[in-house]
Design a protein around this ligand. Structure first.
Ligand code: MG
Length: 402
């Protein structure tokens, strides 16, 4: 007869996702589930074993805002919503992780020890959304038999050991090698004690199997699956999309008259000049064109419909507000920015000295990297309304992906 074991799952979502270009990968939507990377990484545990507590480790300094965002990502899954809506629902804890994965797991273990001690703990990367209940259940069963287990797959490529210069030192026998994934599962108490010891010794280990191996004993590998990949690089987004990526382009255009006694605003940057854009708002022609490009790409609306000039609310308003409100809508529809490129047609002044300030300002408003934004200026060779200095025009294109 199987004795009843208390099981907890620690899901690490503590990374800063710098390799993903700033987007927290755990919060990205997936195509294979109704939810996010984080919810997809968590959901299958509840059908694989009797989970009584879930701990999510967050990035250090996440604060209450980080917890709210993480909850939102977690409960994007209707299945998890249901599980946690029940009277006898599992415990849910959040804790800020540490500088290393080891520290984050350690914090999760200490939290469990304090709030809800268990018999078995399963540890999983929040960025592995393709984990299946089948793989988890094999790890869980092996933990009950042996005390420690992790899933793994045979390496596909031939493996070599190399030195720092890349010179091959050893030709490894592939048949005896395995690529370890998560989840990794352990009896709770010995793992906690091993972590305390590792922390006292001040040694950083590659993962929890190494810690267990050093301080406790043997770890057994169960059959993983090659799909159980970790989302790490921006191109891994293709994995989330079932290999096809949805992309859309947008085009925005705007023109404003230039008159004396108005500020020349371009991309949220005030350019010193004796004229500026006439307009109901601050007249930032560049932000208006970008706002329209984004709204158009997502087929949501346009700037005139969202912020009618007839509405007194927008009188002299900072156009950043338009862009921010539009961008929120676009993001909520699941889109991410590929890039924005713009042409400003203006006779004077020279825009080049302000280019990087403008790019940075737009990138800051959108919360993207400056590399995703480009602007360039053209004169009109003294022809027409642009050439006479009576107007400024902007064309903006953007690429969105989801
Ligand atoms: Mg306008």
């Amino acid at each position: 007869m199987e004795t009843k074991n208390k099981v907890a799952v620690i899901v690490t979502a503590a990374g800063s996702s710098t390799r993903m270009g700033g987007d927290k990968k755990e919060f990205l939507p997936t195509a294979h589930t109704k939810g996010t990377v984080l919810s997809a990484a968590t959901e299958p545990f509840f059908s694989a074993c009797p989970v009584e507590a879930l701990v999510i480790t967050l990035a250090p300094g996440s604060g209450t805002e980080g917890i709210e965002k993480t909850k939102k990502a977690l409960f994007a899954s209707p299945i998890l919503q249901d599980i946690f809506a029940q009277d006898s629902s599992p415990k849910l804890f959040f804790t800020e992780g540490g500088a290393t994965r080891q520290e984050s797991v350690f914090k999760g273990l200490l939290l469990l020890q304090e709030k809800y001690p268990v018999d078995v703990v399963l540890i999983h990367d929040g960025a592995r959304p393709f984990i299946t209940a089948n793989v988890i259940s094999k790890v869980y069963k092996k933990v009950l038999e042996q005390g420690a287990a992790a899933c793994g797959v045979p390496p596909v490529d031939t493996q070599k050991e190399v030195d720092k210069e890349g010179k091959i030192l050893r030709h490894l026998n592939r048949s005896s090698l395995t690529s370890i994934q998560t989840p990794q599962g352990f009896l709770f108490k010995p793992l906690l004690e091993a972590h305390i010891q590792a922390s006292t010794d001040g040694i950083i280990y590659t993962d929890d199997t190494a810690i267990w191996n050093t301080y406790v004993g043997s770890v057994f590998v169960t059959e993983g699956c090659s799909e159980n990949k970790k989302i790490t690089y921006p191109e891994d987004i293709y994995l989330l999309k079932g290999k096809t990526m949805n992309i859309r382009t947008g085009l925005g255009y705007d023109l404003h008259r230039l008159t004396e006694d108005r500020n020349l605003m371009l991309g949220g940057v005030h350019i010193p000049y004796h004229k500026g854009e006439l307009g109901h708002s601050d007249g930032d022609v560049l932000l208006h064109a970008i706002t329209d490009a984004l709204l158009g790409a997502a087929a949501i609306s346009d700037i005139g419909e969202m912020f009618p000039p007839s509405d007194a609310r927008w009188k002299d308003c900072d156009s950043k507000q338009f862009l921010l409100a539009a961008w929120e809508k676009v993001k909520n529809a699941g889109w991410q920015l590929g890039n924005i490129d713009c042409v400003i047609a203006i006779e004077a002044p020279k825009i080049l000295p302000f280019r990087n300030a403008i790019r940075e300002s737009i990138a800051n408003i959108l919360g993207v990297s400056i590399e995703q934004i480009f602007v360039k200026a053209k004169t009109a060779e003294k022809l027409g309304a642009i050439g006479s200095g009576d107007a400024v025009e902007v064309w903006a294109t953007c690429l969105l992906q989801r």
